[in-house]
Ligand binder design. Structure first.
Ligand code: CA
Ligand code: CA
Length: 184
């Protein structure tokens, strides 16, 4: 024999069930079911990142008293959701303290999912020519590469603002200057 309060709970549950069933019955008695409405397109939220590749600066030209350095710079943006973008891929003759012109701008749009990433990559070489024989890359700047990653998390991109990527050391050094801005 259930105790009084248990019995009351049981009655309440039955009453709720009854109300629920009654509601269903009433709805279907109101007439034919309404036409199914077309489903709205799912909202795709996107984010937009703008990267200005400002210039590559030659800090030390890898040639010293022999003259200006004979550089080749490649700059790429590598989005995790799309193909790599080659921003710049050219040779330059530059001495200590010289810099390239502006390299360009990449505007990248992605689904706003945490984990999206853009890697900025600088690759540089400096050519030397012996008195006799073929040119070769200076061993201190021989397709040197370095990257910096920017990732999207909870609505914001990491590493916004002015950034740099440096290659080399001592008398053979270059540096990419770029700026990261989240547009959306
Ligand atoms: Ca050199
Ligand atoms: Ca050289």
């Amino acid at each position: 024999m259930p105790r009084p309060h248990e019995r009351l709970n049981s009655l309440s549950a039955s009453a709720l069930l009854l109300v629920s069933l009654t509601a269903c019955t009433t709805d279907s008695a109101m007439g034919p079911a309404p036409e199914p409405q077309p489903q709205p397109e799912p909202v795709v939220t996107t984010t937009m990142l703008q990267i200005d590749f400002n210039y590559v600066e030659v800090i030390k030209d890898c040639d010293g008293i022999e003259g200006d350095g004979d550089f080749h710079f490649r700059v790429r943006a590598l989005p995790s959701w799309a193909n790599a973008v080659t921003v710049h891929n050219r040779s330059h003759t530059l001495g200590d303290g010289d810099r390239t012109a502006a390299l360009g701008r990449s505007t990248l749009t992605a689904a706003a999912n945490t984990g999206q990433q853009v890697t900025v990559e600088l690759t540089a070489s400096e050519r030397d020519k012996p008195l006799i024989g073929a040119t070769y890359n200076d061993s201190r700047m021989n397709n040197a590469t370095r990257t910096a990653a920017h990732s999207y998390r909870d609505g914001a991109w990491s590493g916004q603002g002015p950034r740099t990527i440096s290659l080399g050391s001592g008398s053979c050094q270059v540096r990419l200057h770029y700026t990261v801005n989240q547009i959306r």
